[in-house]
Design a protein. Structure first.
Lengths: 554, 458
């Protein structure tokens, strides 16, 4: 390490605020080869908000430099693992050698619940064509066709989808042609995804490919209108650790009917019918905002950004939904639910806050959680002094207002953008122009997301696609009380003596969404940052190595 | 039911794998590379493979697993990954400062046909490899073999890259421990040393993937075989390779290149296989077996005799790697258990042949399959239920559905600890295996016992 920053141990616990973030940034870049440092410097931002809430430009959604130890995965992981992983009744066949399918098998903790064993649930299964060298040499389409046929013969699913891994595109297998042929032959929906791992720069490309595929091949296939009031879709909620169940419980109490969830605890039929909802609520902006846009254009469903992470955010989001529908009785019902739930949340929050107040956290995950979880920390008096996304885009940092300015580079260009037009048969205005205007006049915000940066302190360090090296430096320099990231980072952080919380898998914990989730999270953070285990790092003979001249018992 | 779509009716499958019992080559190569001191594994392909392999190894060991990637884009997949790899080598040596980068390929770079050897030479020419540092590589296409093949290829690569012969024997023995846990590698080393034999064990993940909690993170932990040791393998008296699939290629390559004679043994799992290993060591090194080892053997045998009634006649279903299953099945047979269904995902004719030979004397024919999968195993179990299932963590879905006592073996184990600290090889490991088997069998006995015959003493 260079000597820009001397012994920081003496600075803490005097406070992280004595550290100059610009110097830290320099420090983080100091070891890289010049070219790499230049690139990384566009992805490390010292936060500065101006009066309008404008924040510095983040060089997000760009390639990771080869050789950098990155958190990121691939487009296949985003497509098959993240988006389609939680849908239980589609047989998802990975077309490729065995590994890709194997690693995405049950490792993401998406929970699902069926009414009975008679319902289809393929989530505990892994289906693969397990390509061999002859398939690579002579092409794998024949094997793929046979695999789809066998899957149909054995399982009789209502739909089969096919996911392409890296070699597939290269050898020229046309998964879409195979899919349409088999669809015709079997009489069930069969569709393919060109989500080869080299597409785009991260999982984010795969989310897009998956959502486009669902939009093209499934949405709109079932027009039946559910008999219910207040019908919404919950977009970008993946039911990790039962988050979706807790949200469903609350929405149900409020009398809100969820037509579909993209894609936690979801089914094929939900997607097919999702265009009949009256409001789209977007949880993870990154993975799905474009679906909300497409549904608005094609079917007339307005969308709002909501966030069910944090007690207050949950209440706020419920009020937003209630405000959209606007009926007084409904608003009262939602208020009653909030009133019933909040006392327990407050009780635990205040108790935990006593022990966590003033501690600092860092969060480096995903495309929305790095932002959402700051709410929970705030609620117990903790500051998030550094954060970043693994695969987000500029708008997730700086807000949707920068979307028109985002440059489309070569890596984004190869991800298909669907041309969406109004569907004259199925389009239905959910609100009149006057109603919409009235809502807006009241300060109601449609399709808005202001991004993470504006919610963070000035001088906070925002780092996109953080590398292992930068992580280690941050730990050394800031010595945070808690670091949140994913499984690959987990143990290096913990070995450094710093408590670590996984915010992809929740370390087998959860739910953390909704009211009960907030309580779970407060308690979990209390456990982590106030644990005694960190006091045992040194053995007695390490803290006190002098040898006594006498034997103890003399 | 978790696996509610699995039923008794077995339909032939030629193209569809369901619930694999193997994974891909690079993860084995990455694991082997972690057994080299001061080495950073590097995945030459898109970044997803690397992320998956690191995640899987991390979940299994609950330890940091560092590896870099060439982060291919669409462009590199068309034009080849040379520029990516050269840049990666530069970035890695500058930023992460390992002594060695161990490159393995992925399906993508293999399909493109990248010549990693040429690229490594170019990186040296371009001055991207600092003096005294090394780039080694193995070709690991996943459409051939399995994770075991990848381990074997990288193990061979490290021996071939470093080994030299000075012409003066160094009095040491090369021991290739096979695709086993860090705890197993440590146990094998302990026994070899106990016999007064000086080993070069490679790869060696002990003290790498079972490291202590100290409050200080070391990117390159203390363990791992060193470059010097690998260099010296060419001067060793001989090589003992444990596990034919994972270790034989490296041993034979040293034999061919430096005339270091080799023997390929089964992994020392269970009584008889450990006996063969110890005996082979004794004969090769011309040493006598110390009483301490004979005593350990006797202790293992003691458990077998004491508890034989509980093993006798119990039907077992197994899934795992060929190198593990062969001695494990032999061990179960030796304590009079009855292996009935045996599956490995790894392809290869020898496996089925060896299992058939080993079980030929039984009054029934075992179901055995190489290049099989867990779906098939489960269907066999549905048709003929078993008293015990031994498999990796994925087995627990079958165990829960069909209420089968379950012992976790192999890779990955994602829901329990112990495998990185406590061996299952050699006599002590055999004792641990028996303890695990007895625990689940006797828990079941206790659980199901009517109150009148619920026993204090078993
Ligand atoms: S592409 Fe090949 S190397 Fe990569 S995860 Fe898939 S099977 Fe493994
Ligand atoms: S081969 Fe491609 S699709 Fe498969 S894991 Fe690797 S990067 Fe992802």
């Amino acid at each position: 390490m260079s000597d820009t920053i001397k012994d920081t141990k003496t600075i803490r616990p005097g406070g992280v605020d004595t550290l100059d973030p610009e110097k830290i940034k320099k420090e983080l870049l100091s070891r890289y080869p010049a070219k790499v440092a230049r690139k990384r410097s566009n992805q490390i931002m010292v936060n500065k908000k101006d009066d309008t809430g404008k924040t510095p430009v983040m060089g997000a959604n760009v390639r990771t430099v080869p050789g950098i130890i990155t958190q990121r995965g691939c487009s296949y992981a985003g497509c098959k693992g993240v988006i389609l992983g939680p849908t239980r009744d589609i047989v998802n066949i990975t077309h490729g050698p065995i590994g890709c399918g194997f690693y995405s098998w049950l490792t993401r903790r998406n929970q699902t619940r069926t009414a009975s064993d008679a319902d289809d649930n393929y989530m505990p299964y892994c289906f693969s064509t397990d390509m061999q060298d002859k398939d690579i040499v002579f092409g794998g389409e024949k094997k793929l066709k046979a695999a789809v046929q066998e899957a149909y013969d054995i399982f009789k699913p209502k739909a089969i989808s096919i996911f392409s891994t890296c070699p597939v595109g290269l050898i020229g297998d046309d998964v879409h042609a195979v899919a349409s042929e088999m669809k015709e032959k079997l009489g069930i929906n069969v569709f393919g995804f060109s989500c080869e791992g080299y597409k785009g720069v991260s999982q984010s490309a795969g989310h897009h490919i998956a959502n486009n595929g669902i939009f093209k091949n499934v949405v709109g296939k079932d027009d039946s209108i559910k008999e219910a009031d207040y019908k919404i879709n919950l977009l970008g909620e993946y039911n990790i650790g039962g988050d979706g169940f807790e949200i469903d419980r609350i929405l149900d109490d409020c009398g809100i009917s969820v037509v579909s969830t993209y894609s936690g605890n979801s089914t094929y039929d939900q997607f097919a019918n999702s265009h009949t909802a009256d409001l789209n609520t977007v949880m993870c902006h990154r993975s799905i905002n474009y679906v909300a846009d497409m549904m608005e254009i094609k079917y007339g469903i307005p969308w709002i950004k909501i966030n069910f992470i944090g007690g207050k955010s949950t209440a706020k989001s419920l009020r937003k939904i209630a405000g959209y529908f606007g009926e007084e009785e409904f608003i009262q019902r939602v208020e009653a639910v909030i009133e019933a739930e909040m006392p327990e949340v407050e009780r635990v929050r205040l108790e935990v806050k006593k022990r966590c107040e003033g501690k600092v956290a860092m969060i480096f995950v995903g495309g929305s959680r790095a932002h959402h979880y700051q709410e929970l920390f705030k609620e117990i008096g903790m500051r998030t002094i550094s954060a970043g996304y693994e695969f987000a885009h500029r708008d997730d940092y700086e807000g949707r207002r920068v979307i028109p300015d985002i440059k489309i580079d070569a890596d984004s260009r190869n991800i298909e953008e669907l041309k969406i037009e109004k569907d004259d048969d199925k389009y239905r205005s959910r609100k009149t122009e006057a109603e919409l205007a009235a809502l807006k006049a009241k300060g109601f915000e449609f399709k808005d997301y202001k991004g993470m940066s504006v919610d963070m302190e000035n001088d906070a360090l925002l780092i996109d696609d953080i590398s292992q090296y930068e992580t280690e430096q941050l730990l050394k320099l800031y010595k945070p009380d808690l670091y949140c990231a994913g499984i690959k980072e987990k143990y290096a952080i913990q070995k450094s003596g710093i408590p670590m919380k996984q915010l992809h898998s929740y370390d087998s914990g959860g739910p953390y969404a909704g009211f009960k989730g907030a309580v779970n999270f407060y308690r979990e953070i209390d456990r982590l940052v106030n644990s005694k285990v960190w006091d045992y790092l040194e053995a007695p003979w390490q803290t006190n190595p002098e040898l006594s001249a006498k034997y103890g018992w003399e | 039911m978790l696996l509610r779509h699995t039923n008794k009716e077995i339909k032939p499958r030629k193209a569809l794998t369901v619930n694999p019992a193997k994974t891909c080559q690079p993860i084995g190569a990455m694991y082997a590379s972690l057994g080299i001191h001061n080495c950073l594994p590097h995945s030459h392909g898109s970044q997803g493979c690397c992320a998956y392999h690191r995640s899987a190894l991390t979940r299994h060991y609950r330890e940091p697993v560092m590896a870099a990637t060439s982060s291919f884009t669409e462009g590199s997949s068309v034009f080849g990954g040379q520029a990516n790899l050269v840049q990666a080598i530069n970035t890695i040596f500058t930023t992460y400062e390992p002594d060695i980068i161990a490159v393995h390929t992925t399906c993508l770079s293999e399909t493109i046909g990248d010549d990693v050897n040429q690229i490594a030479i170019k990186a040296v020419k371009d001055g991207k490899v600092p003096d005294g540092k090394h780039v080694i590589h193995a070709s690991t296409p996943s459409y051939v073999g399995s994770h075991v093949t990848g381990f074997s290829n990288m193990t061979k690569a490290m021996a071939m890259y470093f080994s030299k012969s000075t012409g003066t024997p160094n009095g040491k023995f090369n021991i290739i421990p096979g695709y086993v846990e860090p705890s197993d590698m440590a146990e094998i080393k302990r026994l070899v040393k106990e016999m007064d034999i000086n080993p070069i064990l490679f790869p060696d993940t002990s003290n790498v993937l079972n490291g202590p909690m100290t409050g200080k993170y070391k990117m390159y932990p203390d363990g791992g075989v060193t470059a010097e040791e690998l260099t010296a393998t060419g001067d060793s008296i001989g090589t003992i390779a444990l596990g034919a699939m994972a270790s034989a290629d490296a041993a034979r390559a040293l034999d061919t290149k430096w005339k270091v004679p080799c023997q390929v043994q089964d992994l020392p799992i269970g009584l008889a296989a450990t006996d063969r290993f110890i005996d082979a060591l004794r004969k090769a090194a011309g040493v006598s077996v110390p009483d301490s080892i004979t005593r350990e053997r006797g202790q293992l045998l003691d458990i077998i005799t004491d508890m034989h009634q509980y093993f006798y006649g119990k039907k077992v279903a197994l899934a795992g790697d060929p190198d593990h299953l062969i001695p494990l099945v032999e061990f179960l047979l030796s304590i009079d258990m009855m292996p009935v269904h045996i599956v490995t995902g790894t392809p290869g004719q020898d496996f089925e042949k060896r299992i058939r030979e080993m079980t030929a004397h039984l009054p029934y024919t075992v179901n055995v399959k190489a290049a099989g999968d867990l779906f098939q195993l489960h269907q066999w179990i549905k048709n003929e239920p078993v008293d015990l299932l031994m498999a990796n963590t994925y087995g627990k879905y079958m165990a829960k559905d069909d209420d089968i006592p379950f012992v976790r073996i192999g890779f990955p184990i994602l829901d329990r600890v112990g495998h990185s600290y406590f061996p299952t090889v050699c006599y002590k490991g055999g004792m641990r295996l028996l303890e695990k088997i007895l625990d689940v069998l006797l828990d079941r006995l206790d659980r199901d016992a009517p109150e009148e015959s619920f026993e204090l003493v078993l």
